[in-house]
Each structure stands twice: as C-alpha cells, then as structure tokens.
Design a binder for this molecule. Structure first.
Ligand SMILES: *Cc1c(COP(=O)(O)O)cnc(C)c1O
Length: 406
C-alpha cells in the first residue's frame, strides 16, 4: 500500500519542478515550493468512504500528505476539530447558516499544530536533526513540542512581547529560545544567521519549506468532509503569513481534481487587523504583492506579519474565488471575542475573533448574503491569550453577602 502519493515540488512562481526526496527550502526564484501529488493514482487508491473509517486525525488524508513511511508520522492526535453551528451569533450577524471550525481544540491550542505535525514528521524523515524558525509565538510553541516528540532539536526566536505562554511552551519542550527586540522579520534575520552554525538544522520559517502548508491544508479537507463532501459558500480566515488560507485554497483545488467535491469554490476572505493589514491594502490597490506595513501592531499577535513571503498566493486565492480582504480594529475584534463567549460559550482567540468582527462589514458591503453558508476559522483557543480579557472581579465582603445588582 502506498502511504503517500507525493510526486514532486513545484515553484509557486515559475512552475519549475524540484525533487521532493531531499530537504528543500524555497525555489531558485525565492518563492514557496508547493507539494504536488499523483492525484490520478490517489483517486484509484482511496475513496471518501475509506477515509470516513479512519482515525479522527489529519493523517486520515495521508495519501495527499508528504510523509512516505507511516512509521515516521509524529502525532499528538491533531485534526478533525469540530465544525460547530453558531445559531445565536448567526442571528446577531444577520446570517442563517454560520459555522465555526474550532482549532482551539487541537494540541498546543492553535492550528499551528497541523503545520508542525506534518512539517516536523517530514523534516525528520528526510534526515534533519533540528528545526529553526522565527515566530510570533504559536508556531514556535507547536514546532518546539512536535520536535521534542520527534527527537529533533529546535531553535526558536520570537518578539520580546510575544505571548508569555508560548515562551513557556518552547521552554518546557527544551527548545533553544531567544527573544528579539523587534518584529517577526527581525527574528527571521537572527534565525537565518544562526541556522548556518547548527549542523543538520533546517530553516522552517513560514513558507520557506514546503510541508507546513501541507499540514494546514487539511483544514480544507476537513471542512469539505464534515459538510458531507461539499463546499460552503464562504470561508473567512484570519490572515498573517497566509499559510492557512493558501492551504485551504490548495486543498479545495485538489479535492475538485480528485472529484470528491464539485461546483464552485467558496469565496475565500482574508481578514486582518487594521494595525497590520498589508494584504488588505494590496487587495484594495489591485496589486499582486503587498508592501511592508509600517508600524505593525495588533492584539491579534498571530496575524502581525508586515510582509508575507506568500502574499501573492493569498491575493491569488482571494481573487480567483471571488472573495475579498477586509480589516477590523482591535476594539471590534475584542468586542466580538466577548460576544461569542456570551452568546455561544466559545472563548476564541483574538485572531479568530477578527473574522467574526468582519461579518458585519461584509454583510453591509454586500459581500455576504443572509443565506450564504459561512465557515469561520477560529485558529486558536482564547485560553492562550488571558491578557486580552480585562478581569475586574469584585471582592466579596467578609459577611459573604452578595451586593444587590443594579
Ligand atoms: C499564525 C496564526 C494565524 C495566521 O496564520 P497564517 O496561516 O500564517 O496566516 C492566525 N491565528 C493564529 C492564532 C495564529 O497563531
């Protein structure tokens, strides 16, 4: 039985082919490499019914993932997160069908676990001894923990003000961790310099190796499978480096080629914070690439990426599917975070909350119809961001009497 039908890698700019059998970074053009599979043979080897009988992890799609030897799979049980209906919030947003893919229920508490599971497994299979990366926090935490499980080393650099919990996760996993007085790009330069001095370490920055994307694309496979091998009308995604939205787009194109879904692709919507919205700016200007966003700052840490290597792929995904790109303020996204917890009992991360905050703008702008089936990606658990909620708790009087409510 063939576990993976990976055939080769392809430059996302030129289409040039690269060998998938060795560790690779970006293409000669400096662009991300995309993994390609022999989808015709996948179609003969497996059916959606076969997949339905497999374990509820992302490895159920192993034919379209890059790991060749099942023994090399490094897993903490990631994937098959719930696709939850949100009837109360839908009513508030003027929608009839609103679903949330909740990535808060995944190991490490964010969807970064998907990219780490597949990326680390494949790096180890191809002989890497360690991985090195800059991060805003969540990716570093996930890669450090999966690297530990794989027996690989990890070298991680993150901005000084990254969420402390993500530093703790790296530390507890035994990562070599550095803080940087700057943004993720500054952390990237440090890692680039350090990786040359670590024998056998692979640089695994966002889209600088091909397999993190493969892990993240499984969100697209799961959405289709969980809807009964069907596509929704719209998918909203909080966009930083863009790997998730590029991955979902890739997955849906593969699914169509496999014949497992039919019809139009959902409109893909890239959501950013007004404090860091390079993709939205490029989208509005009709540009094919973004320009570095000055003074980037938002409470939604995971989407503070002033210039993404894969920006042109995000813009392509949005435009090819008839989607759009929108930005919301920190106040709006924090309000949405609270509203979702109050109405639906879901404590989501600020990045996911940005998508909920965007629903109103999209409805008002005519981008969303009341009858559209809308899927929002909540990319992480609110409990990883305790500092986003102001906690102001009254102290009970000694006599134990609760004050009358005003
Ligand atoms: C990294 C991150 C994002 C952005 O992910 P990309 O796929 O790189 O755009 C969104 N939300 C959270 C919680 C993240 O950690």
């Amino acid at each position: 039985m063939t576990f993976s039908f990976l055939s080769h890698l392809e430059c996302s700019r030129t289409g040039e082919r690269y060998d998938a059998g060795v560790l690779q970074g970006t293409s000669a053009a400096g662009a991300p490499l995309l993994a390609r599979y022999d989808l015709g043979r996948v179609r003969d080897a497996v059916t959606p019914d076969d997949i339905a009988r497999r374990e509820p992890t992302l490895w159920r799609y192993h034919e379209v993932l890059p790991v060749r030897d099942p023994e090399r799979v490094v897993s903490l049980g990631e994937g098959m997160t719930p696709l939850l209906p949100l009837p109360a919030y839908a009513r508030r947003a003027g929608l009839n069908r609103l679903l949330m893919k909740d990535e808060g229920l995944i190991p490490t508490g964010t969807f970064k676990a998907r990219g780490a599971a597949v990326g680390v497994s494949r790096a180890a299979e191809l002989g890497a001894r360690g991985v090195a990366m800059p991060t805003n926090g969540n990716a570093g935490a996930a890669w450090a923990l999966y690297a530990a499980r794989a027996g690989l080393g990890s070298l991680i650099a993150m901005p000084d003000d990254a969420p402390p919990i993500t530093m703790a996760e790296c530390r507890v996993a035994g990562a070599e961790l550095y803080r940087v007085d700057g943004l993720i790009g500054d952390a990237g330069r440090l890692v680039g310099a350090a990786v040359g001095e670590r024998d056998g370490y692979q640089e695994v920055s966002t889209l600088k190796e091909p397999y993190r994307l493969e892990g993240k694309k499984t969100m697209g496979y799961e959405i289709a499978e969980q809807l009964g091998w069907r596509m929704p009308d719209v998918i909203l995604y909080p966009t930083g480096g863009g790997v998730g939205i590029i991955g979902i787009h890739k997955a849906l194109l593969e699914l169509k080629e496999l014949g497992w879904v039919t019809g139009d692709l959902p409109r893909l919507v890239a959501v950013q914070a007004t404090g860091c919205a390079p993709i939205v700016e490029a989208y509005e200007n009709g540009a094919e690439e973004s320009t570095p966003f000055p003074g980037a700052r938002t409470v939604a840490f995971g989407i503070t990426v002033p210039k993404a290597l894969g920006d042109f792929l995000v813009l392509r995904a949005v435009r090819e599917t008839g989607g759009t790109a929108v930005a919301v303020t920190d106040e709006e996204l924090l309000a949405a975070q609270t509203e979702l917890a109050e109405l639906e009992g879901a404590f989501i991360c600020p990045e996911g909350a940005a998508c909920f905050a965007a629903l109103g703008t999209l409805r008002d702008g005519g981008h969303l119809d009341a009858d559209d089936e809308v899927v929002v990606l909540n990319t992480g658990a609110g409990v990883k961001y305790p500092e986003t909620v102001r906690v102001d708790v009254p102290l009970l009087a000694k006599d134990g009497r609760i004050p009358a409510r005003g």
